[in-house]
Write a new protein. Structure first.
Length: 500
């Protein structure tokens, strides 16, 4: 009998009532192992209603109460790292070490939320005028929603809801229906930590559930991570409904390699950043820009390393890269490689025919490396979201930066060089939200914010860090004047000296 993933509403599992289910596949075998209930509008309404009811008390709860729950939650997540990672591997396909890394990066934001007491301190200016003080505070919004992608089914939700609930909001999470189980475990552990019923809810679904959240009058804000077309739609729809929105979109991250770079280090970085997690991450390096005469040597070093990567099931400790999420996505990724030569690229490695013995029905694809790629080719223009690395050749630093800045995306970028002056100039001139200097995937630590520029972000706030706290709260300024007791009306003596 197929396992069913249901909703988590009001602190308990709630069976789906829509009659609609989606398949959840083990990417390593191609077998459908689970079905996930797809929520109707009425079921989304029930989750929002539970969150709204919980906000009445959670929104006015003490900071001490909130952080006590979060500290217990952090301990439970730490104890269940392997359980969460195993669910990620079973439904997403990434290798266990990658899944554990995902959980660790999510835990960073839980740890940030544990220290929310300092993040929510207000400001006070005294005596701005005669006996007038001005104070600024930040208050919660109410019910907020998160819509998260398949590629990080634990980390991206943890980038959102721990900070949101620490700020006093209640939360409705709509995770990807492709790998839904991790989200339910995260919610169950939060309940075990003492989070009151209804503060964190999980509804599974497709576009109908997403639209129900975007249009719901009781949802004050929406956080989203996914592709650029959907991010643009989320931002436009939710904004039109008066909601606060942070919508993080896709990417085409470039790595500029200067002639003075350590080419071994650059090749190591390119392989790990392009092919780690099978390239299914918005911070993957998908385009290496080689400057000057180093291109041939750099490509040779990348090829040498890529050919040694072992591909296999995520639960095999020897596997370094797992399968892609679905067969359809595998086929789409492969199409960029099979069509590359006709668009002028040199196909150095073609991974499209790769299979794994004993797992022939899995969603397998090997590592592909395309050299001398043109900027008008499909492989360069599109976010492939798979293990395909494009190498572009330029003659100068200036030409490389101009090429990179012409991209409609601006998520992350990197430069490899030994020249501090060139690196400093690059970080100021490049049009991207996150920059790495000899660091290929510059995902900020939890107390700095994550987010891109241009078509990689819609909305004004990046995610987590200080931006996350500001997104999940709104400011209020109070101007106060109290009469001096010494000026009390005649006949009333409060005992204060009359000294003016």
């Amino acid at each position: 009998m197929t396992k069913t993933v249901n909703h988590w509403i009001g602190g308990k599992t709630v069976e789906g009532t829509s009659g609609q289910y989606g398949p959840v596949t083990d990417p390593a075998t191609g077998a459908v192992t689970t079905q996930v209930a797809l929520a109707s509008v009425e079921e989304v309404d029930a989750a929002v209603a539970a969150a709204k009811a919980a906000y009445a008390t959670w929104g006015t709860s003490s900071l001490a109460q909130r952080t006590a729950v979060l500290f217990r939650y952090r301990a439970l997540l730490d104890a269940h790292r392997d359980d969460i990672a195993a669910l990620i591997t079973a439904e997403h396909g990434k290798v266990h070490s990658d899944a554990l890394g995902e959980v660790a990066r999510g835990l960073e934001i839980v740890e940030l939320a544990c220290g929310i007491t300092t993040q929510l301190k207000g400001e006070l200016s005294t005596q701005v005028s005669n006996r007038v003080d001005v104070s600024s505070i930040r208050q919660s919004l109410g019910v907020v929603a998160g819509i998260t992608p398949f590629n990080f089914p634990a980390m991206v939700p943890m980038w959102m809801f721990p900070l949101a609930i620490a700020c006093g909001n209640t939360f409705v999470l709509k995770p990807s229906e492709k790998d839904p189980s991790a989200a339910n475990l995260l919610a169950a552990l939060a309940s075990e930590a003492g989070l009151p019923d209804g503060v964190l809810n999980v509804v599974h679904g497709d576009k109908a559930a997403v639209d129900a959240l975007l249009n719901h009058p009781d949802v004050a804000a929406v956080s989203f991570v996914g592709s650029t077309p959907i991010a643009r739609y989320i931002h436009a729809t939710a904004s039109a409904n008066g909601k606060r929105v942070q919508a993080l979109g896709g990417a085409k991250n470039h790595m500029l390699v200067l002639p003075d770079a350590d080419l071994d280090a650059a090749a190591d970085a390119a392989v790990s950043a392009a092919y780690g997690s099978a390239g299914e991450r918005c911070m993957a390096i998908s385009a290496v820009v080689a400057v000057g005469a180093i291109g041939d040597e750099l490509v040779a070093k990348i090829r040498e390393r890529a050919e040694k990567i072992k591909i296999g099931p995520g639960n095999d400790p020897t596997s370094e890269m797992g399968p892609l999420i679905t067969a359809a996505h595998r086929d789409k990724v492969a199409s960029y490689v099979t069509g590359a030569a006709a668009q002028g690229a040199e196909v150095v490695l073609d991974g499209t025919g790769h299979t794994v013995e004993g797992f022939e029905e899995g969603h397998w694809i090997g590592l592909s490396l395309l050299d001398k790629v043109s900027t008008d080719s499909d492989a360069y223009r599109d976010e492939i979201f798979g293990p395909v690395l494009c190498v572009l050749r330029v003659d100068t630093y200036e030409e490389g930066v101009a090429l990179m800045n012409a991209s409609p995306f601006g998520n992350g970028t990197a430069i490899f060089t030994r020249d501090g002056g060139a690196a400093r100039r690059f970080q100021l001139e490049i049009q991207a939200g996150m920059v790495g200097v000899n660091v290929p995937i510059p995902v900020p630590v939890g107390y700095h914010s994550f987010g891109g520029w241009k078509d990689s972000l819609f909305g004004d706030h990046h995610i987590y860090g200080n931006d996350g706290v500001h997104f999940y709260t709104r400011g209020k300024v109070t101007t106060t004047r109290w009469p001096d007791p010494a000026d009390a009306p005649a006949g009333v003596d409060l005992g204060f000296p009359r000294n003016h």
